[in-house]
Design a protein around this ligand. Structure first.
Ligand SMILES: [Cu+2]
Length: 147
């Protein structure tokens, strides 16, 4: 059966509303500790990030709490395409922990990193990804939308 145009419109509106509600929940993190940074929990499960889309404000400091529920190691690398390329090509394959927005998370462990999103990123997006071999290609990446 072919959907009539109004049925398609209703379905799209429902889908958009649902997505907006989810994003709203994700961005409603708590503000405690770490100099007022907002906490956003990102779970690493089955070699995927949950949520895969995070909304942040320009100029906002976000403390990413990274929960790895998998029996294998992962990493969280937040940055622009040049940063992602560098890590994917293996030139920075090491333990991450010192650079803001970059963190290795061992199997079954939790870690955190705080990142300040520059005002200049308003209206843009940064990617976060895991570059352990094969993980990015499998789909282990997400987006931080700024603004
Ligand atoms: Cu991974």
């Amino acid at each position: 059966m072919r959907a009539r145009p109004w049925q398609v419109a209703v379905a799209l509106a429902l889908a958009a509303g649902g997505a907006a509600a989810l994003v709203a929940v994700w961005s409603a993190g708590s503000r405690a500790g770490d100099g007022g940074a907002r906490t956003v929990v990102v779970t690493m499960r089955h070699s995927r990030f949950e949520p895969s889309v995070v909304r942040v404000e320009p100029g906002e400091r976000v403390r990413f709490v990274l929960r790895n529920t998998d029996p294998i190691d992962h990493e969280f690398i937040l940055g622009d395409p040049a940063v992602q390329r560098r890590h994917e090509q293996g030139r920075e394959r090491q333990h991450h922990g010192d650079v803001p927005g970059e963190r290795s998370v061992a199997a079954g462990q939790e870690a955190a990193t705080t990142y300040a999103f520059p005002l200049t990123l308003d209206g843009q997006a940064l990617e976060f990804a895991c570059h352990l071999p094969g993980h990015y290609a499998y789909g282990m990446h997400g987006t931080a939308r700024v603004g």
